[in-house]
Design a protein around this ligand. Structure first.
Ligand code: CTP
Ligand code: MG
Length: 256
């Protein structure tokens, strides 16, 4: 590690402004509880667990900033530091946008100048282990400008020509499964590289769902490090069952 890398400071932007349409009716997804604790709180804890993370920027639903701030304050360590920090990790809350791309862009604007490494982590991946977070940070500090944790895919994946709902879809291609990876978060970046990507790539349609993909479009190299099965994204109702089972297993194993 270079001297400069040792002094690099790391922040995490957590997009948490989505509605969670695929999860069904209810509160915004990040604010829904897993075993009694909001998903967002699990996600912030997972980031604050890394000693390298000095700041967390939570991007809240635009109409929910005060509620999210109060939620973070209430869950910060009892008797710990003043409101606005969690152990040695500070946090701020900013309002999000209509797409994930906009929300991340708004979060990046709240990252102070002395931060050199930025991670982007979905609030919807509340159970990522700290070792995965540290592995991503380490890879950026070792010189990668963009790092994504990813796993081999279990299913064979086909590219199709999308058709009307219910109609059969024409298969266009079957990529070799051994070359495919399903990507997770936190994704880690050299700060300038990510800021550049968000400043350059215009929002089209539903926007980019993957920050590393934006960096790729600029021609910058992106590398993959091993992801973790517990870093799965809570997307559909069955994922809630799995997430609560993972938490129950952790509690049984180590009283966490
Ligand atoms: N996100 C965001 N702002 C948006 C949309 C999404 O900050 N306008 C965040 C979500 O809160 C989530 C992450 O981006 O933490 C990944 O998005 P996804 O899993 O798609 O969550 P939702 O958009 O909330 O879910 P859905 O697409 O089912 O509505
Ligand atoms: Mg979404």
């Amino acid at each position: 590690m270079t001297d400069q890398a040792r002094h690099s400071r790391t922040a995490v932007v957590i997009p948490a402004a989505g509605r969670g349409v695929r999860l069904g009716p209810g509160a915004p997804k990040a604010l829904r509880a897993l075993n009694g604790t909001p998903m967002l709180i699990h996600a912030v804890r997972a980031m604050a667990a890394s000693r390298a993370v000095s700041l967390v920027v939570v991007v809240a639903p635009a109409d929910g900033v005060a509620e999210v701030k109060a939620m973070l304050d209430a869950h910060a360590l009892p008797g710990g530091p003043p409101s606005g920090s969690w152990g040695s990790t500070d946090y701020v809350v900013v309002p999000g946008g209509d797409t994930r791309q906009e929300s991340v862009h708004l979060g990046l604007k709240a990252v102070p100048d002395d931060i050199t490494t930025v991670l982007v982590h979905d609030a919807a991946r509340p159970l990522v282990p700290v070792d995965t977070v540290d592995a991503v940070i380490e890879a950026v500090r070792d010189g990668a400008v963009a790092v994504v944790p990813a796993l081999p895919v279990a299913d064979t994946v086909k590219e199709v020509e999308p058709a009307e709902p219910g109609a059969p879809e024409q298969v266009v291609a079957t990529p070799v499964r051994a070359r495919l990876r399903a990507v997770q978060t936190p994704q880690g970046f050299d700060r300038e590289t990510l800021v550049n990507a968000h400043a350059t790539i215009a929002l089209t349609g539903e926007g980019a769902t993957d920050d590393a993909g934006m960096v790729e479009k600029l021609g910058a190299p992106v590398v993959v490090v091993p992801g973790h099965e517990e870093a799965f994204k809570v997307t559909r109702p069955l994922d809630l069952v799995l997430a609560e089972a993972v938490l129950a297993r952790r509690r049984a194993n180590d009283g966490f």
